[in-house]
Design a binder for this molecule. Structure first.
Ligand code: SF4
Length: 467
């Protein structure tokens, strides 16, 4: 009987992609995936150390798994991912029950590590060049978008970030392998790919013979059967004509740019070692808006970075007002051990962080709602992600701010993403649409976090456009 495994994944898309790769290696070794830790022979925690909370969750989860192992002494427990790379020894010391510890760079060694744990604990967290010699055996979770990592690691060393220490220096995957991976995903039925990298737009910068990021987008735009290309995360330092020009010209590249600003204060940006000023950042956004009219921009913002004064924070609010982001990921600064910012003077009190967090959140809610309301009456192309699971009582015209335009029963309500990455809730008449299918939706209502509307009958927009 084949062995069963469960992977519990924490953190970002890159970790989800790694879990899909680990799943591929395990199934190739004869393991079967399962969701129930109680029935598993191997449980892997794929960890993240970008936020403090994710680390605490791992230790609590290991406590729970210890009880499972008491019931089933044959159960093997593994910890992998960023946190394992950084804290492998601490995990091993605190948790005698852990059989396998490996880092983000060592996934391709999984087959030999699995054989090793039969004889005792295996720990491999060495930072090595990723194995790009062949396509990894990825087992993707069901769509509709396929993650494809194009680069690993980061050379930027922003002063608050652990990534360069946990994922090592930046390595670009050969473009031929990226094309091969995307062609395989398209054959599996994926029509959208999401390119991943810690600093996706510095792709190819230090690899002779490889295209720039803009060049890569142009090459991928030619992939047969592919309809949408997304990517994350771009660093403003490497955002310029090469990338924005490609975004403007390539039909498959979606009209959405995630460009983390982190702070609007030049002094804070300098101490974060981000490599740009607020004005330089705003100029890049202006270029994007000029070249990709109607494109959506989202961002990351950290409040309460060490030394952030009220005046610095006002600068962040100013950039937020000027940028008019569609949405943001907002964080309160939390020190990550081993990073330069951890030891910086002027750590900001929690109360001030809370207050600044609430102020940014409120301002962004107003901007998002205004932008989304501005889309009412327009028609957007939506890739179906599945039926809408939502609290009873919401209308298809409404997001979280309500609605009431139409009362439609849940079975005909679906959700998906527009090209600009808006979450769209919509009513669909007729046989249920397939996951990954493209439908045209008329937007009836925009709210803070989503758009609501009705799918147009097939061909309606084309006919309208033809007249
Ligand atoms: S560019 Fe991103 S991943 Fe790299 S150090 Fe800065 S924040 Fe971390």
């Amino acid at each position: 009987m084949s062995k069963r495994f469960t992977i519990i994944t924490y953190g970002c898309q890159m970790n989800r992609y790694d879990s899909e790769t680990i799943t591929g290696y395990l199934t190739a070794e004869g393991y079967e995936p399962g969701d129930d830790p109680e029935g598993a022979d191997l449980i892997l925690l794929n960890t993240c150390s970008i936020r403090d909370r994710a680390e605490q969750k791992v230790f609590s989860q290991l406590g729970r798994l210890r009880k499972l192992k008491k019931k089933n002494p044959n159960l093997k427990i593994g910890v992998c991912g960023c946190f394992a790379t950084r804290e492998g020894e601490r995990i091993a010391k605190r948790n005698g029950d852990v059989d396998l510890i490996f880092g983000t760079q060592n996934i391709s060694k999984l087959p030999e590590m699995l054989r090793g744990i039969e004889a005792g604990r295996v720990c491999d967290t060495e930072t090595v060049e990723p194995d790009f010699s062949e396509l990894a055996p990825i087992r993707r979770s069901c769509g509709p978008s396929a993650y494809v990592s194009i680069a690993r690691g980061c050379d930027n060393f922003c002063s608050f970030c652990v990534v360069p220490y946990t994922r090592g220096p930046e390595w670009s995957k050969p473009s031929a392998l990226i094309v091969e991976e995307i062609e395989a995903a398209v054959r599996e039925g994926f029509r959208e790919i999401h390119l991943l990298g810690q600093n996706v737009n510095s792709y190819g910068k230090k690899t002779e013979g490889e295209p720039t990021f803009g060049g890569l987008l142009r090459r991928l735009d030619e992939a047969q059967g592919l309809e949408r290309i997304r990517f994350m995360t771009s660093n403003p330092q490497d955002c310029g004509e090469d990338m924005i020009g490609a975004m403007a010209e390539c039909k498959k590249v979606c009209e959405h740019l995630h460009l983390p600003v982190q702070s609007g204060s030049d002094e804070v940006l300098r101490r974060m070692e981000r490599g740009y000023t607020a004005e330089e950042y705003l100029a890049k956004m202006a270029l994007y808006r000029e070249r990709v009219p109607g494109g959506a921009i989202t961002s990351d913002i950290i409040v309460g970075f060490p030394g952030e004064t009220d005046a610095d924070f006002e600068d962040t609010l100013r950039v937020l007002k000027e940028s008019r982001y569609d949405n943001i990921y907002l964080f309160k600064y939390s020190p990550r051990p081993g990073t330069p910012a951890d030891g910086m003077a002027g750590q900001v009190a929690d109360e001030a962080k809370d207050e600044r967090f609430r102020a940014v959140q409120q301002l962004q809610r107003e901007i998002s709602e205004e932008l989304h309301r501005g889309l009412e009456g327009s028609v957007v192309e939506v890739m179906v992600e599945g039926p809408l699971r939502e609290k009873a009582g919401n209308s298809p015209g409404g997001g979280e701010s309500g609605g009431g335009l139409l009362q439609i029963s849940a079975p005909r309500r679906y959700m998906g993403r527009s090209r600009a990455n808006h979450r769209v809730h919509f009513h669909f008449e007729g046989p249920p649409p397939q996951i990954g299918e493209m439908v045209e939706v008329e937007v009836l209502r925009g709210s803070v976090s989503n758009l609501g509307g009705v799918a147009l009958p097939q061909g309606a927009v084309l006919e309208e456009r033809a007249t």
